[in-house]
Design a protein around this ligand. Structure first.
Ligand code: BDR
Ligand code: CA
Length: 307
């Protein structure tokens, strides 16, 4: 039986690749996609999700937009990384379908209630929609299997010296998700910075999806070359999906994780009690290590299965 999943995302090049990986993988059943303002504004992230589903030949998968703005801070989009549309680079197909009018939170509640199995939520953007879900429907926790989110880091950071973008973008939402008593796995920068893929790793002749992903990486790669000196890009969000598909891909352990919500210097920091000095019970499973070469190989193999 495939694992039922919902992806809450802000595509975004790596979100787009995460969606393609999920669609190409029989181990998971993508029940729907919800969108949030993050890498780009909500209208863009929603349209981008529809275009990716169209590209993959799965316009039947519904897209429900959620919140345009974080709970307690202004939205600061990442157009220096993802471009004006949030998904610059290749020409993408026009979506034949429209986004639902149902709000992401209501859509998740409906899908989770209708599913025979507990659902795994995979948030790959700011956690705004997920925090609202928990505020409005605290009982949803019993119907969820777990949350596997891309965000945070132990040592690594990107948007500030202290923080990773998804957590920094809505620290209040992240704090609410980490403190809700759910089964939360944090797939952070410490592992995603080892999960690299470059345009030359993909044979563009093996289908439209493979060509488009290579063109995504042509665009996305500029930022990672300029800032990190890398000749390939971390496919952050696809690592969270990959962990659900191949649980042994990541080395993980349980820790107490707190979110800094106030400090201007360290806002969005995921404070991981690695040495267990607080005496607090663990509230999250944290990704510690990854076989990055295996990740890239498996990801590319799956992309070749798509149209
Ligand atoms: C995360 O931030 C976004 O830019 C990416 O899509 C990813 O979800 C990495 O910090
Ligand atoms: Ca993302």
């Amino acid at each position: 039986m495939p694992i039922p999943i919902l992806i809450d995302c802000d595509p975004g090049h790596d979100d787009a690749i995460a969606l393609l990986l999920a669609i190409a993988s029989p181990e998971v059943d993508l029940l729907g996609v919800t969108t949030v303002g993050g890498n780009s504004g909500l209208a863009n992230t929603t349209r981008n999700a529809l275009q990716v589903l169209e590209l993959a030949g799965r316009p039947d998968i519904a897209v429900a937009p959620g919140e345009a703005h974080p709970l307690s801070v202004p939205l600061l989009i990442q157009d220096h990384i993802h471009g004006a549309s949030g998904l610059e680079g290749p020409d993408l197909p026009e979506p034949r379908t429209e986004a639902l009018e149902t709000h992401a939170v209501d859509f998740i509640v409906d899908k989770v209630a209708a599913c025979d199995e507990p659902v795994t939520l995979i948030p790959t953007g700011p956690l705004t929609n997920i925090a609202l879900l928990l505020r409005r429907h605290p009982g949803i926790a019993e119907l969820l299997d777990r949350i596997v989110l891309m965000g945070g880091g132990m040592a690594e950071s990107n948007v500030t010296p202290a923080a990773e973008f998804n957590i920094w973008a809505d620290p209040q939402a992240a704090d609410e998700v980490f403190s809700a008593g759910l089964d939360v796995t944090m797939v952070g920068l410490d592992v995603t910075h080892q999960a690299l893929l470059g345009p030359d790793d993909i044979d563009r002749a093996r289908g439209d999806s493979a060509r488009v992903v290579a063109e995504f990486l042509d665009f996305f790669g500029h930022f990672h070359r300029d800032v990190y000196g890398l000749d390939a890009s971390p496919i952050h969000d696809a690592v969270a999906v990959a962990h659900v598909i191949w649980p042994d891909l990541l080395e993980v352990d349980e820790f107490d994780v707190r979110i800094e919500t106030e400090s201007p210097l360290t806002r969005g920091r995921t404070v991981v009690d690695l040495n267990r000095v607080t005496g607090h019970e663990p509230n999250a499973i944290v990704a510690l290590g990854i076989d990055g070469e295996r990740f890239s190989r498996l990801l590319v193999e799956r992309l070749y299965r798509l149209p």
